[in-house]
Design a protein around this ligand. Sequence first.
Ligand code: DLL
Length: 433
Amino acid sequence: MIWDDEFETLPREALRALQAKRLRDLVARVYGAVPFYRRKLDEAGCGAGDVRSLGDLENLPFTTKEDLRETYPFGLFAVPMERVVRVHASSGTTGKPTVVGYTRRDIDIWAELMARTLACGGTTKGDVVHNAYGYGLFTGGLGAHYGAERIGATVIPISGGNTKRQIMLMQDFGSTILLCTPSYALNLAEVMAEERVDPAGLRLKCGLFGAEPWSESMRGEIERKLKISALDIYGLSEVIGPGVASECIEEKRGLHIFEDHFIAEIIDPATGKALPFGETGELVFTTITKEAFPVIRYRTRDISRLDVTPCSCGRTHVRMDRISGRTDDMLIIRGVNVFPSQIESVLMAIEGVEPHYQLIVSREGSLDLLEVQVEVGEAIFSDEIKGLETLARRIEHEIKDLLGVSSKVKLVEPKTIQRSEGKARRVIDNRKL
Ligand code: DLL
């Protein structure tokens, strides 16, 4: 179901013309309103009037997380504070959070984009939307909330946590759409099993999951355990929050980026050079309609690929592959680049291994050590030690085969790895301490 028939199916040529016009306006706007951008644009030799076509995008300077840190908290806002009606923030791993702001119109556009996202999963006003994304400074809760209200669905603003109560309310209120992180969806499924609640007896039909990386096999697991269709949704605070891109239920193959509001590029993270469609690299976004906190060529550090081939759902917007990793999530273990998602794919392909794992990296002398802790099912865990050992060695072998890196696999008892209520913590890197 398409929420905005006009803009989501705009022929690509018209879409590009719209993007070019909006880009021109954006550059003129930030040049006038944000000293930081004026300086950066001047340094790059681009005046306010120098952007004429989309081809000029490549000449514009990047914006990075460090730029946001340096202008903390409101230095990149492009409107006076009287026009800012909301701020959100995302906590970084260190120090101060990243702060973003919205005008009334920004909130309105965001609600529209989240309505599109929800409609990608078939949500209509008859639905009961169980919104377990966290409410607060995190953009997930309120972002999704406004989108569901825009559609006219009934929203349950449950936020994260108190899992048993969530399940009770899902049963009592007849929730049909589930919104939360994929790791929390698995947590919900697990607690349902413990409480002997059969998901088939619920009215849930679809879940829109994002805010953290997950894999195709994890999708299978969630769909099987919760008996729903699971879609991947993507976004980041700096760009707007959730509502940047969403899979469609028709294809579930790539996430449509809402290109009438965001221009996406893929660049080579090492050189900063823009790459053609189809190549893998770092996602970069330019927001072309946002007022309070527009960004020019924001480097997300997320790794993906863009696909412009037509989609059977009728949307013309480019599709991004599910995020395969982050440039800063990449662990370098004894010189080998390792993404947590690669290890996840090995683990999930093995029978009896649960989708709950953690990677612990440490250093002994000058040697990096990777320990993979992963839960196994009850039946396997109560098996003889020998069976467990064989399984652990087998996983180590497969990791070595795929990544060329040695690891120590530790199979742990069911429910030992901490369950997430929001974004799961998959990596503990003790080398930095
Ligand atoms: O996580 C916004 C969001 C909320 C998206 C709810 C989807 C659903 P931040 O807290 O700023 O914003 O974190 C953004 O999370 O750069 C990615 O690294 C990661 N991320 C978000 N969605 C996905 C996804 C929200 N579908 C950062 N797959 C991004 C993989 C994701 N990673």
